[in-house]
Ligand binder design. Structure first.
Ligand SMILES: C[S@@+](CC[C@H](N)C(=O)[O-])C[C@H]1O[C@@H](n2cnc3c(N)ncnc32)[C@H](O)[C@@H]1O
Length: 273
């Protein structure tokens, strides 16, 4: 087993190489999960040590996607954490509906199940036609999948209860076509969506949004990076805009969290003061 001090140096050098070569900055990600994922990537690439990944980062551009995929945790599901979606529908939609045009940012959209979930609920609330959804991530492979709208049929069927818990009023099956073991969501749900790459660690403010969802992303960041991201959200929201986080995420320990008030603590829905 590698000496943890030496492995720490290897990790620093690897992250520095990645940052200098491509501008991707993972130096402020929570260490334990980052180490676990990079060790697994090294092993699957037939390498004994993290430092052996450095030449791949420097000299093999094709390795970049593999590395980003290896580092980012893309686990997601349709209508994940339905109580947050429900809180958005109950508490934010009346205010959202008072705008002639809406801009919503889903930061860390992964493979896109969250996009379709929100689009369905917005359509049922009569808001989708006047909404622009910006969905961003750093993982290009996930983003490619998000654009297809095609998912495992079983996983989509299993989301029926959560759809209902999120406030859904129809049958989830009204929104997709089942083909063999896949479900393809209706194309109209995606008409108002733009998917693009945006890195919360390095990129800038994204525009005047009424609502931002960034769920189950901050949990992988250290405090400084969480602070940066939440600051970015505060700057990207219009006055009194809403922010939804993941159920295990909090603004409590962040100085910039003071810029938000809690709308529904248990559902992690906040509002810019
Ligand atoms: C666990 S998924 C969350 C997906 C979805 N929001 C949900 O709650 O199910 C975390 C996503 O955050 C993305 N991510 C990680 N670091 C990021 C960064 N610096 N900027 C933007 N997205 C990032 C990952 O690529 C991954 O797709």
């Amino acid at each position: 087993m590698t000496d943890p001090v030496i492995e720490g140096i290897e990790l620093e050098l690897l992250l520095q190489a990645l940052q200098q070569r491509y501008g991707y900055d993972f130096r402020q990600y929570a260490r334990a999960s980052l180490l676990r994922r990079l060790r697994a990537l090294a092993e699957s690439s037939g390498k004994l040590r993290l430092s052996e990944l450095i030449p791949l980062v420097l000299h093999e551009p094709a390795f970049l996607d593999q590395l980003i995929n290896g580092i980012s945790v893309s686990v997601t599901e349709p209508f994940r954490d339905p109580r947050t979606l429900r809180a958005i529908m109950d508490k934010a939609v009346p205010w959202l509906g008072s705008h002639p045009f809406l801009k919503i940012w889903i930061a860390g959209c992964s493979t896109g199940e969250e996009i379709y979930s929100l689009a369905i609920l917005l359509e049922e609330a009569g808001l989708l036609a006047r909404t622009q959804i910006y969905a961003t991530d750093i993982n290009t492979e996930s983003m490619r999948k998000a654009k297809t709208g095609v998912y495992n049929l079983e996983a989509v069927k299993n989301a029926e209860d959560n759809y209902r818990l999120a406030g859904g009023r129809k049958q989830l099956s009204d929104y997709y076509v089942a083909q063999y073991r896949r479900a393809k969501f209706a194309a109209r749900l995606f008409e108002r969506v733009v998917v693009s790459q945006h890195n919360l660690a390095t990129d800038a403010v994204f525009g005047a949004m009424q609502l931002i969802l960034c769920r189950n992303v901050l949990i992988y960041f250290n405090r400084e990076l969480q602070e940066r991201a939440v600051d970015l959200f505060a700057e990207s929201l219009v006055h009194r805009g809403y922010l939804a986080l993941g159920l295990r995420e909090s603004l409590r320990t962040l100085p910039t969290g003071l810029r938000f008030e809690e709308v529904d603590g248990a559902s992690k829905l906040f509002r810019l003061r």
